[in-house]
Design a protein around this ligand. Structure first.
Ligand code: PLP
Length: 449
């Protein structure tokens, strides 16, 4: 199941890299293979204790295997272990990071930007909220009740007032509620989510931009999950409009996670600001770095100090192989993921025994066991049981707790929420596995009954 060709390519690339240092006096890094081998075997055994994420029978959380080129590029850069804090620690990989982030900005249709990679969506959002608070000190930040929990938590860390805006029955921000809250005043920034974590719902960005502008508020977009879907074909009109809104001048900042849909190993998020002058909020003294060049050191515009140059190398190499353009191979994967999710939802609906509250905006499907006289507590118990029965058959799903109001068929006897099944169909290959996935689901369903 695991790919074993890239280690050979890696060996070739390391030899090529090594040639660049031939002018130096010979020096070797000792490797005690006898000592390493048993530990690596033991580690391989320990690592077996994971769900099989690279296998198409994993249709659970938002976990997507990195592209082989990303893994091999990361490992190649590890031979040097560059640090993209300052140019002295990672000259080549800082340049690669700037190019890769410029590629993300171009995908969003931005001409100018200031941005960098982060360890993930959380740190990217931390920086966006930090800048939001610098520009509108003391003002409230709004995000939908389906926004990632990180916004509320980070506002707590930063000492910013935070409030949620209700969502509609598809998990998208409710515009009337937003308008009412904006009119009440004192809002500095609205966070729009393009691809919520639970259901991949896309907030109505163009309308949010209009309402925020009228109220003098900024807009930050958390596109950690969905950010690449603007490249996909076949999205519904509302989701498509959301992604088209990203190019608008009103979008002050965007967070995107290459380690979700960008085929990168974990540790790769990104934050981009429309106005490069926000770099002034990062100004700090660092008497021990920044001395080799007057060019921008990425540590001067990042809250994190040390950051892996290897992440930049991996992202750059992936974007070189798979350019971020509509109609390209990378875009095709997203188109297929979305189409698969729609087909998955339709097939569930067609079976008649499931409740599917809505067609997915992106590639995340949520559904519950149907039946008569449904109570939320019983549906939740059934979902958990089905999750375990499926897992016992090597079909790996996920669970989500959602507002019961989204499921008109279910009686609310559990204080407003219900636990349902959830699948992120992040890979085009899932489509070819539907018959098997549905047959395992059928067995798990029978066992649950
Ligand atoms: C919409 C959204 N924002 C932020 C995050 C946090 O990102 P990370 O896990 O990379 O820190 C996630 C993670 O799932 C997410 O889905």
């Amino acid at each position: 199941m695991l790919e074993q060709q890239t280690p050979l390519l890696l060996a070739e690339a390391i030899a090529h890299l090594d040639k660049g240092f031939e002018h130096l006096p010979a020096f070797e890094t000792p490797v005690d293979a006898v000592a390493l081998r048993p530990i690596l075997r033991e580690l391989a055994e320990r690592l077996r204790d994971n769900f099989p994420y690279p296998h198409p029978q994993y249709v659970g959380q938002m976990i997507k295997p990195p592209h082989p080129i990303a893994r091999v590029a990361y490992a190649l850069a590890q031979q040097i272990n560059p640090n993209n804090h300052a140019l002295d620690g990672g000259r080549a990989t800082s340049a690669l990071e700037k190019e890769a982030v410029a590629g993300l900005a171009a995908m969003f249709g931005w001409e100018g930007h200031l941005g960098h990679l982060t360890s993930g969506g959380t740190l990217g959002n931390l920086e966006a909220l930090f800048v939001a608070n610098k520009l509108h000190p003391g003002k409230t930040i709004l995000a939908s009740s389906q926004a990632h929990y990180t916004h509320s938590r980070l506002c707590g860390v930063l000492g910013i007032s935070f409030e949620t805006v209700p969502v509609d029955a598809r998990g998208r921000m409710d515009l009337d509620a937003l308008e009412v809250r904006l009119k009440a005043g004192d809002v500095g920034t609205v966070v729009a989510t393009l691809g919520t974590t639970a259901t991949g719902s896309v907030d109505p960005l163009p309308e949010i931009l209009g309402r925020a502008a009228a109220a003098g508020a900024r807009v930050h977009v958390d596109a950690a999950y969905g950010g690449y879907f603007g490249l996909a074909e076949g999205l519904g009109a509302a989701a498509r409009a959301g992604f088209e809104g990203l190019a608008s001048d009103g979008v002050a900042s965007i967070v995107i996670d290459p380690h979700k849909h960008g085929l990168q190993p974990y540790g790769c998020g990104a934050v981009l600001f429309r106005d490069p002058s926000v770099g002034r909020f990062y100004v700090h003294d660092s008497p021990y770095t920044y001395f080799t060049s007057n060019e921008l050191h990425l540590g001067e515009i990042s809250l994190e100090c040390s950051r892996p140059g290897a992440s930049a190398a991996a992202l750059w190499a992936t974007q070189r192989l798979l350019p971020l353009v509509r109609g390209g191979a990378f875009a095709g994967e997203l188109t297929a993921a979305h189409a698969n999710a729609r087909r998955f939802a339709d097939r569930l609906r067609g079976e008649g025994r499931w409740i599917v509250p809505f067609a997915p905006d992106l590639d995340i499907v949520v559904w519950a066991c149907g039946g008569s006289a449904l109570r939320a507590s019983a549906v939740s118990t059934r979902s958990r049981s089905l999750f375990h029965e499926a897992r016992a058959r090597d079909l790996h799903l996920a669970l989500a707790t959602l507002p019961v109001a989204w499921f008109p068929e279910i009686d609310d006897d559990a204080q407003g929420s219900v636990t349902v099944l959830r699948s992120c169909l992040m890979r085009s290959e899932h489509g070819a596995w539907f018959d098997r996935i549905f047959s395992l689901l059928d067995e798990a369903h029978a066992a649950t009954l």
